[in-house]
Design a protein around this ligand. Structure first.
Ligand SMILES: NC(=O)c1ccc[n+]([C@@H]2O[C@H](COP(=O)([O-])OP(=O)(O)OC[C@H]3O[C@@H](n4cnc5c(N)ncnc54)[C@H](OP(=O)(O)O)[C@@H]3O)[C@@H](O)[C@H]2O)c1
Length: 265
Protein backbone atom coordinates (compact mmCIF):
# COMPACT_ATOMS: atom_id res chain seq x y z
CA UNK A 1 0.00 0.00 0.00
CA UNK A 2 1.46 3.40 -0.97
CA UNK A 3 2.06 5.78 1.93
CA UNK A 4 0.00 8.49 0.21
CA UNK A 5 -3.00 6.30 -0.63
CA UNK A 6 -5.99 6.16 1.64
CA UNK A 7 -6.66 2.60 2.82
CA UNK A 8 -9.67 0.97 1.20
CA UNK A 9 -12.00 -0.60 3.74
CA UNK A 10 -15.06 -2.82 3.37
CA UNK A 11 -17.56 -2.96 6.20
CA UNK A 12 -19.44 -6.28 6.04
CA UNK A 13 -22.68 -5.30 7.78
CA UNK A 14 -23.82 -1.73 8.29
CA UNK A 15 -25.95 -1.80 11.43
CA UNK A 16 -25.74 -0.03 14.80
CA UNK A 17 -22.03 -0.55 15.48
CA UNK A 18 -20.89 0.07 11.89
CA UNK A 19 -22.77 3.38 11.71
CA UNK A 20 -21.23 4.54 14.99
CA UNK A 21 -17.71 3.86 13.64
CA UNK A 22 -18.22 6.30 10.76
CA UNK A 23 -16.86 9.77 11.55
CA UNK A 24 -15.38 12.68 9.57
CA UNK A 25 -11.98 11.62 10.90
CA UNK A 26 -12.38 8.09 9.53
CA UNK A 27 -13.74 9.27 6.17
CA UNK A 28 -10.82 11.72 5.76
CA UNK A 29 -8.37 8.90 6.41
CA UNK A 30 -10.01 6.00 4.52
CA UNK A 31 -12.34 5.05 1.67
CA UNK A 32 -15.19 3.09 3.16
CA UNK A 33 -17.49 0.68 1.33
CA UNK A 34 -20.32 -1.11 3.13
CA UNK A 35 -22.00 -4.40 2.22
CA UNK A 36 -25.58 -5.10 3.37
CA UNK A 37 -27.59 -8.32 3.71
CA UNK A 38 -28.85 -8.03 0.10
CA UNK A 39 -25.28 -8.15 -1.25
CA UNK A 40 -25.34 -4.45 -2.22
CA UNK A 41 -22.19 -2.38 -1.71
CA UNK A 42 -22.34 1.35 -1.03
CA UNK A 43 -19.46 3.84 -1.16
CA UNK A 44 -19.94 5.63 2.16
CA UNK A 45 -17.59 8.56 1.34
CA UNK A 46 -19.41 9.32 -1.94
CA UNK A 47 -22.85 8.19 -0.69
CA UNK A 48 -23.52 6.08 -3.80
CA UNK A 49 -24.08 2.45 -4.75
CA UNK A 50 -21.30 0.46 -6.39
CA UNK A 51 -22.25 -1.78 -9.31
CA UNK A 52 -18.99 -3.81 -9.46
CA UNK A 53 -16.45 -4.45 -6.73
CA UNK A 54 -12.69 -5.11 -6.89
CA UNK A 55 -11.39 -7.29 -4.08
CA UNK A 56 -8.57 -4.83 -3.40
CA UNK A 57 -9.59 -3.98 0.14
CA UNK A 58 -6.78 -3.30 2.62
CA UNK A 59 -9.09 -4.03 5.53
CA UNK A 60 -12.39 -5.84 5.87
CA UNK A 61 -14.33 -5.12 9.05
CA UNK A 62 -16.74 -7.85 10.14
CA UNK A 63 -19.75 -5.97 11.52
CA UNK A 64 -22.38 -8.68 11.28
CA UNK A 65 -23.98 -10.62 14.12
CA UNK A 66 -22.28 -13.84 15.29
CA UNK A 67 -25.08 -16.05 13.88
CA UNK A 68 -24.75 -14.37 10.45
CA UNK A 69 -21.04 -15.20 10.45
CA UNK A 70 -21.81 -18.76 11.60
CA UNK A 71 -24.29 -19.28 8.73
CA UNK A 72 -22.73 -17.30 5.88
CA UNK A 73 -19.11 -16.59 6.91
CA UNK A 74 -17.42 -18.54 4.10
CA UNK A 75 -19.41 -16.56 1.49
CA UNK A 76 -17.38 -13.47 2.39
CA UNK A 77 -14.11 -15.07 1.15
CA UNK A 78 -14.72 -13.53 -2.28
CA UNK A 79 -14.16 -10.00 -0.93
CA UNK A 80 -10.63 -10.85 0.31
CA UNK A 81 -7.33 -10.73 -1.57
CA UNK A 82 -4.04 -12.10 -0.24
CA UNK A 83 -3.19 -8.63 1.14
CA UNK A 84 -6.48 -8.03 2.93
CA UNK A 85 -6.44 -7.89 6.72
CA UNK A 86 -9.72 -8.90 8.39
CA UNK A 87 -10.77 -6.91 11.47
CA UNK A 88 -13.51 -8.72 13.37
CA UNK A 89 -15.78 -6.78 15.72
CA UNK A 90 -17.97 -9.86 16.26
CA UNK A 91 -18.51 -10.83 19.89
CA UNK A 92 -17.45 -14.34 20.89
CA UNK A 93 -16.23 -15.77 17.56
CA UNK A 94 -12.58 -16.78 18.05
CA UNK A 95 -9.70 -15.66 15.89
CA UNK A 96 -8.94 -19.30 14.90
CA UNK A 97 -12.58 -19.77 13.76
CA UNK A 98 -12.39 -16.63 11.60
CA UNK A 99 -9.05 -17.80 10.13
CA UNK A 100 -10.56 -21.16 9.17
CA UNK A 101 -13.84 -19.75 7.82
CA UNK A 102 -12.22 -17.04 5.69
CA UNK A 103 -9.05 -19.03 4.87
CA UNK A 104 -6.65 -16.29 5.94
CA UNK A 105 -4.09 -15.80 8.71
CA UNK A 106 -4.44 -12.02 8.58
CA UNK A 107 -7.05 -11.59 11.29
CA UNK A 108 -7.32 -9.05 14.11
CA UNK A 109 -10.10 -9.10 16.71
CA UNK A 110 -11.26 -5.79 18.11
CA UNK A 111 -13.97 -4.84 20.57
CA UNK A 112 -15.10 -1.26 20.01
CA UNK A 113 -18.37 0.20 21.22
CA UNK A 114 -21.03 2.60 19.99
CA UNK A 115 -19.31 5.49 21.84
CA UNK A 116 -17.04 5.57 18.75
CA UNK A 117 -19.58 7.98 17.22
CA UNK A 118 -17.99 10.76 19.29
CA UNK A 119 -14.48 9.21 19.34
CA UNK A 120 -15.05 7.82 22.84
CA UNK A 121 -14.78 4.07 22.29
CA UNK A 122 -12.27 2.12 24.39
CA UNK A 123 -11.34 -0.33 21.66
CA UNK A 124 -9.61 -3.53 22.80
CA UNK A 125 -7.42 -5.18 20.17
CA UNK A 126 -6.10 -8.75 19.93
CA UNK A 127 -3.97 -10.39 17.23
CA UNK A 128 -1.50 -13.27 17.01
CA UNK A 129 0.68 -11.60 14.39
CA UNK A 130 1.81 -8.22 15.79
CA UNK A 131 3.00 -7.10 12.32
CA UNK A 132 -0.64 -6.69 11.29
CA UNK A 133 -0.90 -3.67 13.59
CA UNK A 134 0.78 -1.19 11.23
CA UNK A 135 0.49 2.61 11.34
CA UNK A 136 -2.50 2.66 8.93
CA UNK A 137 -4.49 0.26 11.07
CA UNK A 138 -3.48 2.11 14.22
CA UNK A 139 -4.71 5.40 12.71
CA UNK A 140 -7.94 3.79 11.53
CA UNK A 141 -8.75 2.31 14.96
CA UNK A 142 -7.69 5.53 16.76
CA UNK A 143 -10.47 7.37 14.92
CA UNK A 144 -12.88 5.43 17.21
CA UNK A 145 -11.25 6.74 20.42
CA UNK A 146 -8.72 5.11 22.77
CA UNK A 147 -7.07 1.81 21.78
CA UNK A 148 -5.93 -0.92 24.20
CA UNK A 149 -3.83 -3.85 22.97
CA UNK A 150 -4.43 -7.11 24.87
CA UNK A 151 -2.15 -10.18 24.97
CA UNK A 152 -4.70 -12.89 25.67
CA UNK A 153 -7.78 -13.57 23.54
CA UNK A 154 -9.97 -14.12 26.61
CA UNK A 155 -9.41 -10.44 27.47
CA UNK A 156 -11.57 -9.65 24.41
CA UNK A 157 -14.43 -11.52 26.12
CA UNK A 158 -13.99 -9.39 29.27
CA UNK A 159 -13.90 -6.25 27.08
CA UNK A 160 -17.06 -7.48 25.31
CA UNK A 161 -18.87 -7.62 28.65
CA UNK A 162 -17.54 -4.38 30.20
CA UNK A 163 -17.00 -2.10 27.17
CA UNK A 164 -19.16 -3.71 24.45
CA UNK A 165 -22.31 -4.46 26.45
CA UNK A 166 -21.38 -2.14 29.36
CA UNK A 167 -22.83 1.08 27.85
CA UNK A 168 -26.25 -0.64 27.72
CA UNK A 169 -25.97 -1.81 31.35
CA UNK A 170 -24.98 1.71 32.45
CA UNK A 171 -27.84 3.28 30.47
CA UNK A 172 -30.27 0.77 32.03
CA UNK A 173 -29.09 1.54 35.58
CA UNK A 174 -29.15 5.33 35.07
CA UNK A 175 -32.65 5.07 33.65
CA UNK A 176 -33.83 3.04 36.67
CA UNK A 177 -32.49 5.86 38.91
CA UNK A 178 -34.24 8.50 36.76
CA UNK A 179 -37.56 6.63 36.78
CA UNK A 180 -37.38 5.86 40.54
CA UNK A 181 -36.58 9.53 41.33
CA UNK A 182 -39.57 10.71 39.30
CA UNK A 183 -41.86 8.11 40.90
CA UNK A 184 -40.72 9.09 44.41
CA UNK A 185 -41.36 12.79 43.78
CA UNK A 186 -44.82 12.39 42.25
CA UNK A 187 -47.02 14.43 41.77
CA UNK A 188 -44.21 16.97 41.34
CA UNK A 189 -42.50 16.71 37.97
CA UNK A 190 -38.82 16.21 38.72
CA UNK A 191 -36.62 17.37 35.83
CA UNK A 192 -35.00 14.37 34.06
CA UNK A 193 -32.15 16.49 32.73
CA UNK A 194 -31.15 17.50 36.25
CA UNK A 195 -31.08 13.87 37.40
CA UNK A 196 -28.89 12.83 34.46
CA UNK A 197 -26.60 15.83 35.09
CA UNK A 198 -26.24 14.60 38.66
CA UNK A 199 -24.57 11.43 37.32
CA UNK A 200 -22.18 13.48 35.18
CA UNK A 201 -21.33 15.79 38.10
CA UNK A 202 -20.57 12.92 40.48
CA UNK A 203 -18.23 11.35 37.90
CA UNK A 204 -16.59 14.67 37.00
CA UNK A 205 -15.40 15.01 40.62
CA UNK A 206 -14.40 11.38 41.15
CA UNK A 207 -12.10 9.68 38.68
CA UNK A 208 -11.03 6.54 40.58
CA UNK A 209 -12.59 3.75 42.63
CA UNK A 210 -10.77 5.08 45.72
CA UNK A 211 -12.19 8.59 45.18
CA UNK A 212 -15.69 7.15 44.74
CA UNK A 213 -15.33 5.20 48.03
CA UNK A 214 -14.24 8.34 49.92
CA UNK A 215 -17.02 10.33 48.23
CA UNK A 216 -19.66 7.88 49.53
CA UNK A 217 -18.13 7.97 53.07
CA UNK A 218 -17.95 11.78 53.02
CA UNK A 219 -21.70 12.07 52.39
CA UNK A 220 -22.81 9.21 54.67
CA UNK A 221 -23.16 10.42 58.24
CA UNK A 222 -24.14 8.00 61.00
CA UNK A 223 -27.92 7.35 61.08
CA UNK A 224 -28.31 9.89 58.25
CA UNK A 225 -30.32 9.73 55.03
CA UNK A 226 -27.44 8.54 52.81
CA UNK A 227 -26.52 5.74 55.19
CA UNK A 228 -30.15 4.54 55.23
CA UNK A 229 -30.06 4.22 51.41
CA UNK A 230 -26.53 2.79 51.14
CA UNK A 231 -27.25 0.18 53.81
CA UNK A 232 -30.30 -0.95 51.85
CA UNK A 233 -28.26 -1.21 48.62
CA UNK A 234 -25.68 -3.31 50.46
CA UNK A 235 -28.32 -5.55 52.08
CA UNK A 236 -29.75 -6.31 48.62
CA UNK A 237 -26.28 -7.39 47.45
CA UNK A 238 -26.13 -4.90 44.59
CA UNK A 239 -22.42 -5.74 44.14
CA UNK A 240 -23.34 -9.37 43.43
CA UNK A 241 -26.09 -8.31 41.01
CA UNK A 242 -23.67 -6.13 39.00
CA UNK A 243 -20.90 -8.76 39.07
CA UNK A 244 -23.33 -11.44 37.83
CA UNK A 245 -24.60 -9.10 35.07
CA UNK A 246 -21.04 -8.68 33.76
CA UNK A 247 -20.27 -12.38 34.24
CA UNK A 248 -23.34 -13.45 32.24
CA UNK A 249 -22.29 -11.26 29.28
CA UNK A 250 -18.71 -12.63 29.50
CA UNK A 251 -19.98 -16.24 29.68
CA UNK A 252 -22.28 -15.62 26.71
CA UNK A 253 -19.31 -14.31 24.68
CA UNK A 254 -17.42 -17.53 25.48
CA UNK A 255 -20.39 -19.74 24.52
CA UNK A 256 -20.83 -18.22 21.04
CA UNK A 257 -17.77 -19.87 19.52
CA UNK A 258 -18.64 -23.34 20.86
CA UNK A 259 -22.17 -22.97 19.44
CA UNK A 260 -20.63 -22.40 16.03
CA UNK A 261 -18.65 -25.64 16.37
CA UNK A 262 -21.77 -27.61 17.39
CA UNK A 263 -23.77 -26.38 14.35
CA UNK A 264 -20.92 -27.42 12.04
CA UNK A 265 -20.57 -30.99 13.43
N1 LIG B 1 -23.84 -2.83 18.95
C1 LIG B 1 -22.80 -2.76 19.76
O1 LIG B 1 -22.73 -1.92 20.67
C2 LIG B 1 -21.62 -3.69 19.58
C3 LIG B 1 -20.47 -3.49 20.36
C4 LIG B 1 -19.37 -4.33 20.16
C5 LIG B 1 -19.45 -5.36 19.22
N2 LIG B 1 -20.58 -5.55 18.51
C6 LIG B 1 -20.61 -6.63 17.51
O2 LIG B 1 -20.80 -6.03 16.24
C7 LIG B 1 -21.57 -6.88 15.40
C8 LIG B 1 -22.71 -6.07 14.79
O3 LIG B 1 -23.55 -5.61 15.84
P1 LIG B 1 -24.69 -4.53 15.55
O4 LIG B 1 -25.25 -4.17 16.87
O5 LIG B 1 -24.18 -3.45 14.66
O6 LIG B 1 -25.74 -5.44 14.75
P2 LIG B 1 -26.92 -4.95 13.78
O7 LIG B 1 -27.32 -3.56 14.09
O8 LIG B 1 -27.96 -6.02 13.81
O9 LIG B 1 -26.24 -4.95 12.34
C9 LIG B 1 -25.94 -6.10 11.64
C10 LIG B 1 -25.83 -5.74 10.18
O10 LIG B 1 -25.44 -6.93 9.47
C11 LIG B 1 -26.05 -6.88 8.21
N3 LIG B 1 -26.13 -8.21 7.61
C12 LIG B 1 -26.92 -9.25 7.96
N4 LIG B 1 -26.67 -10.31 7.14
C13 LIG B 1 -25.72 -9.93 6.27
C14 LIG B 1 -25.05 -10.54 5.20
N5 LIG B 1 -25.31 -11.81 4.84
N6 LIG B 1 -24.12 -9.82 4.50
C15 LIG B 1 -23.84 -8.56 4.83
N7 LIG B 1 -24.44 -7.90 5.85
C16 LIG B 1 -25.36 -8.58 6.56
C17 LIG B 1 -27.42 -6.28 8.44
O11 LIG B 1 -27.80 -5.72 7.20
P3 LIG B 1 -29.30 -5.32 6.81
O12 LIG B 1 -29.47 -3.97 7.44
O13 LIG B 1 -29.27 -5.28 5.32
O14 LIG B 1 -30.19 -6.39 7.39
C18 LIG B 1 -27.12 -5.24 9.53
O15 LIG B 1 -26.90 -3.97 8.98
C19 LIG B 1 -22.02 -8.06 16.25
O16 LIG B 1 -21.25 -9.18 15.94
C20 LIG B 1 -21.74 -7.62 17.68
O17 LIG B 1 -21.30 -8.71 18.47
C21 LIG B 1 -21.66 -4.73 18.65
Amino acid sequence: MSATLKPKILFIGFGHLAKSLISKRLLNHANIHALNSKGLIKNINLKKKISRFNNDYNYIFLLIRPNTFISFGSQFQKYLSKNTCVISCIAGVKLSTIEKTLKTKKVVRIMPNVMASNAKSHTHIYMKNKNLFDSKLKKTLSSFGTTINVRNEDQINFATSVFGSGPAFIAYLVNIFVKASKKLSEPYNMNEKNIIELFKNVLENNSSSKMLDSFVSSISSKKGTTQAGVNYLMSQKIDKIIYTTLYKAYKRAKEIDSEQKKTKT
